[in-house]
Design a protein around this ligand. Structure first.
Ligand code: ZN
Length: 851
């Protein structure tokens, strides 16, 4: 729809010609129909140069439009996405009364009915530009205004917004309804305004530090109340407040801090001012490993950091989204490592975030950290591994470069100078140059304005006595992104002694250009293992020399340092993905070394990667052997794991993912039926569904078993698991049904759609899914045109035939893209999926040669 996709040029022009002062918004949520009444009064000044002005509003119907007391005809001035005002005065008051739509896509005002108790749950999600689905506004980050919200809702609801929840007052003539009139906020961007309302279960606490008191609440659906571990969530939050208040030396900008766990949420969390929404899966109704607790804590700290960086001081336009997200990511890991029990947070960062960043940076769609975001469609597909993880890696390196004290002194000046305003990267770099005395222009050009990841390799020669005669670090880049960068790295030398691999020496140096000689090491004894990014200081893929690779292959579990071990695992995984290490060798390496892995985050990553290696990167001729190897090993680890341990759970899930033989599938059946049990292993609902889905996908269970399981877990999560399991059935009819519900119909809520898609695409069902390949490409234009952004992305990525690792899949993408001009964001998603096939084909070739 024209006008839906706001461009940067339009936003700039609008920001230059307007000052928006205040929104007064009233929402009537008392009905249960498809729409709700939204009344907005917005005050704004227009400069004399202002031409025609438009506001954003996506609504089925505008009932009344009044500009400065004069009625305007909605039919003339509203086109479904914009309110167009041909003439405005220097000072304006616009009143808009509209019927806006409840959404089931997680965008705008999402409505969810709990199947357990029929409770209604609403929440808003406005980033990037969906405030306009709830009230008429200038929906761009640099038109900040105060926001005063009044909500009419059933009197027994809990209602949250950006200000402290007021006492509800009765509404005359409506016995069941009450009105909540919130105080106005300070000037904020539309995308961080919020409303959460419904039958939520609420727990409260207060953060205290000296004179400061910040009321806090956490909330979730009533049917999840027994699982809400509020004490732990408050504890992490308080540690975050302690850490950030000290580090930023700035008061907390808002009046309270609520964290609401909301259903059917598309993201991990959202930093609405003082009113953070979080993925409900973080209320654990079944056992999860500590890796998930760690992730949740990181999320909590990330959103808290945004209250200052993002909400108090906000990017002018989405070009600087990376800075917003990278900063929050970097300081959340810092806070986690230094003020919570997850002192290994930087190992997780190296393992999880950097793997994500390297992967993204090698896709054809990679881009400089500083992105060129021309319009909303560009940013919608840019919440990626560059924006979050590469940016954070590079910030970590910047901190090393300017010094931690200088870095945070610059941050403090930046907050003070730009509080409640908008900025660009240049504003922050200015303060960093001021505090550090360093010129950051070449650093910025090298790291922020170019794309791609470098590969660093050690190259050395050894004499007859085993001493090094020459040592250099070489740097390469791919042809498409040829930038070679300056890296601050450490080189670590590790020796195998008494069955342990320990660091003998590590020293820092700068490397630049294609080859850097390292005289420091000449004359020293060659090490069993050389790491050229020891301590993970820089952002680069590393390679192991042949001797180090042999050491790692035989003794990876004996490396005593967890970060060093993680770097070796990452190097091996990179080499597998890059077709330099056969997938079967990676699987063997993983099986040999994982027993010594003590970090559950790393352990789970290795399990996932080994499964992916077998399915995608191994020669199909070897696949059955590989799966059997993994399944037998998983079962052994499972039996050996301590009862009730994280390791037991992670091996149980791995085993269930790869079980294929009658014998192994029988183990799953017996665990489900109770005929077999493992000490300490709680067959809780999530685990039961995981096992059942595997049995269903293999044809050993079907609708009756799914129905029976649903009878004992008829919850929102249970229904999603059931939908996924039914879509996983190995029959044409099941696939047709799943396809029709996702592609042929738009009534499925976002989370159910995601579940059906996940069930639909089983790796061993490639032949069964063959008829859907052409239908996928045929459906794309319509899906992209008609569905909302998040829903369309889910379909394009999730239904892509990614398990069909064949040259013809690549050709189908090419034909689709060549046939006509496709929207840039759609093109990007397809090229990324295409790259997955090309990469897998190369890796399979490598593995075949080894077989
Ligand atoms: Zn964020």
């Amino acid at each position: 729809m024209p006008g839906k996709n706001l461009t940067r040029d339009e936003a700039r022009q609008r920001a230059d010609s307007l000052d928006v002062r205040a929104y007064t918004v009233e929402l009537d949520l008392t009905g249960d129909g498809p729409t709700f009444r939204s009344t907005t009064v917005v005050g704004f000044a227009a400069h004399s140069s202002a031409g025609p002005v438009f506001l954003d509003l996506i609504a089925p119907e505008v009932i009344e439009l009044t500009l400065n007391g004069r009625n305007l005809d909605p039919a003339t001035h509203f086109d479904g996405v914009r309110i167009n005002l041909p003439e405005v005065a220097p000072d304006n008051t616009l009143r808009v009364v509209a019927n806006c739509a409840y959404m089931n896509t997680g965008e705008g005002l999402h409505r969810f009915i709990d199947p357990v108790d029929k409770g209604t749950y609403l929440y808003t999600q406005f980033e990037v530009a969906d405030a306009r689905r709830v009230f008429a506004c200038f929906d761009q980050p640099d038109l900040k205004a105060t926001f005063q919200l009044t909500v009419l809702a059933p009197h027994d609801w809990a209602v949250f917004s950006n200000a402290i929840t007021p006492e509800p007052r009765p509404v005359s003539g409506r016995v069941d309804a009450a009105a909540w009139a919130f105080e106005a906020t300070p000037p904020v961007s539309t995308y961080i305004t919020a409303l959460v309302a419904g039958a939520y279960h609420v727990q409260r606490d207060v953060y205290r530090r000296g004179e400061v008191e910040i009321p806090m609440a956490v909330a979730c659906r009533a049917s999840l109340a027994e699982h809400l571990d509020a004490a732990e969530i408050f504890d992490v939050t308080k540690r975050g407040f302690d850490f950030f208040l000290e580090l930023f030396a700035q008061p907390y900008p808002f009046t309270k801090y609520d964290q609401l766990f909301v259903p059917e949420y598309n993201a991990g969390a959202m930093e609405n001012a003082g009113c953070v929404t979080i993925l409900e899966d973080y209320v654990f109704r079944s056992k999860v490993t500590d890796a998930t607790y760690e992730r949740r804590a990181e999320t909590i700290l990330h959103e808290l950091a945004h209250m200052w960086f993002g909400d108090l001081v906000t990017m002018r336009w989405w070009d600087d989204l990376w800075l917003n997200e990278s900063f929050a990511t970097y300081v959340s890991v810092l806070a986690q490592a230094e003020s919570t029990r997850w002192t290994n947070a930087w190992t997780t960062f190296a393992n999880v975030e950097k793997t994500w960043a390297y992967r993204q940076d090698q896709l054809p769609s990679t881009h400089p950290i500083v992105a060129d975001i021309k319009d909303l469609a560009d940013v919608e597909v840019n919440f990626d591994g560059i924006t979050y993880a590469k940016g954070a890696s590079v910030l970590k390196q910047l901190v090393a470069w300017v010094g931690r004290d200088n870095f945070f002194e610059a941050i403090r000046r930046y907050f003070t100078r730009h509080a409640w305003g908008n900025t660009t990267l240049a504003d922050l770099l200015g303060f960093l140059e001021e505090t550090s005395g360093r010129d950051l222009s070449s650093w910025s050009a090298e790291w922020l304005q170019t794309a791609g990841v470098n590969v660093l390799r050690p190259e050395y020669a050894v004499d007859a006595e085993g001493n090094i005669t020459s040592f250099a670090v070489t740097q390469t880049a791919v042809a498409e992104y040829p930038t070679l960068r300056s890296h601050r790295i450490a080189i670590g030398s590790y020796d195998l002694t008494d069955g342990q691999i320990a660091r003998r020496d590590s020293f820092e140096l700068d490397v630049a250009g294609p080859r850097t000689e390292v005289p420091h090491l000449v004359g020293t004894r060659a090490a069993d293992l050389v790491l050229v990014n020891d301590e993970d200081l820089s952002y680069a893929k590393i390679r192991l020399d042949p001797r180090s690779l042999a050491t790692v292959a035989r003794h990876i579990g004996s490396i005593s340092d967890s970060l060093a071990r993680t770097l070796c695992w990452s190097a091996a995984w990179d080499m597998t993905r890059d077709a330099e290490l056969p997938a079967r060798d990676y699987v063997e390496l993983m099986l040999r070394g994982i027993n010594a892995e003590s970090d559950i985050v790393v352990e789970q990553a290795l399990q996932r990667q080994a499964i992916a290696a077998v399915w995608s990167f191994a020669d199909p001729q070897w696949r059955d052997t590989g799966l059997r190897r993994l399944a037998y090993a998983s079962l052994e680890h499972l039996r050996a794991a301590a009862p009730g341990s994280d390791r037991q759970l992670s091996w149980m899930r791995t085993f269930a993912s790869v079980a294929r033989t009658d014998e192994h599938l029988a183990v799953l059946s017996e665990l489900l039926s109770g005929a077999r049990s493992l000490p300490g292993l709680d067959m809780d609902p999530d685990l039961r569904w995981h096992l059942l889905r595997r049995l269903v996908a293999c044809g050993l269970a079907g609708e009756p078993e799914v129905d029976a399981e649903l009878d004992s877990d008829d919850t929102a999560a249970g229904r999603r698991y059931a939908a996924a399991a039914l879509a996983a059935r190995p029959t044409v009819a099941a696939k047709e049904e799943a396809w029709a519900s996702v592609v042929g119909d738009d009534s499925l809520p976002n989370a159910t759609q995601a579940a059906v898609i996940a069930g639909f695409a089983q790796p061993e069902q490639v032949e069964l899914l063959e008829p859907f390949v052409m239908r996928y490409f045929a459906a794309l234009p319509d899906v992209w045109e008609k569905r909302t952004n998040k829903i369309a992305q889910g379909i394009v990525v999730g239904l892509f035939p990614g398990h069909r690792i064949q040259t013809s899949t690549v050709e189908l993408v090419d034909e689709f893209l060549a046939a006509e001009e496709r929207p840039a964001a759609l093109r990007r998603l397809l090229l990324e999926s295409r790259d997955g096939i090309v990469r897998a084909l190369r890796a399979r070739e490598c593995d075949r040669a080894a077989g």
